[in-house]
Design a binder for this molecule. Sequence first.
Ligand code: PLP
Length: 393
Amino acid sequence: MKLAERMTGLGQETAFLVLVKARELEAQGRDIVHLEVGEPDFDTPAHIIEAACRALQSGYTHYNPSAGLPELRQAIAEDVSQSRGIKVNPKQVVVTPGAKPIMFFTLLALAGPGDEVIYPNPGFPIYESMINFVGAKAVPLRLAEEKDFCCDTDELRSKVTPRTKLIIINSPHNPCGSTLCREDLQAIAEMALKHDITVLADEIYGRISYDGDFASITQFPGMQERTIILDGFSKTYAMTGWRLGYGVMPETLAEQMAKLMSNSNSCTATFTQIAGVAALQGPQDEAYKMVAAFKERRNLIVKGLNSIPGIRCVMPKGAFYVFPNVKEVIKRGKFANCKALAEHLLTEAGVALMSGTAFGEYGEGYLRLSYANSIPNIQKALDRISEAVAKLG
Ligand code: PLP
């Protein structure tokens, strides 16, 4: 079967491939610590599960509108208005199965051959994959350790051309854990306004921000009209497997995205949307507890990594990832690259983690560890990495 040309540029999330390798080792009897996949290790709060069960029992088993159930769109509009300090109406909300489709739909709706899209690199691998898929030009914006993996706005300015259609930002950031400060957002907003560029603001980790200083680009004058907020329930409420996310955007674009939903999924599962209403309107203490636990783990993992000779780790401000510099370890162990080191740590030390290059070319020399795992497991992983690195001499 001959595949269509567009399939050649399609990438994927390699965390799932590392997970498969780790599971194979486990099947052989090995003990593996999982720091590869980016999902909370907590269970979905009980009241959300109960709401979904009640919904199923009371007949929420049919199709619903492509853009989402009116009650969930309303609840999201209220939540986003309150959390960002902006005014959102329910018609601006499109509910999707997970937040990922919002990336895909944004690119399908706005970018094509001849357009350029600037995206963070290292960054969530699906941005580059989807930009290529729709035939636009992927323009990487390097996030550098020297800048704490924040956006270098001068470099961003140098990447903007008359063909720039979209800038993708992600704060708090996967894989670096960095956040965009108000000054960065202001500079990006000015560029977007001056050059008539749309912004896709991936705010999926917005609630997992440790210093409480999360800011949204939609808070700057004129930006709500040219921004798509991507958010969802996966990370905040430990609901990755439920597949429930959403986008907030200008109403005219929301109508187009609802059409894309109608053409692809028809709608998002109805009972999960009822659970989404319960998540947003019910008690938030479980969500806060998760963030407090992630913060404690972050402090442990950063301290532990920085105490290993040859590893240097920036303190992340949000999400649940660290992105340590391992260039010295790669050199010492004569590894070809960070991917080879990541494989060594999986097979020799039993720690599943990601290479920096799984998130783009500028991730060379780094690893990504997800600390969405228990304190004893994180400590075990740190001990194993430390021992494996010491053996390299
Ligand atoms: N955006 C970023 C930066 C992510 O890390 C992820 C998931 O890992 C997503 C979006 C997708 O979220 P969902 O699982 O809701 O599709």
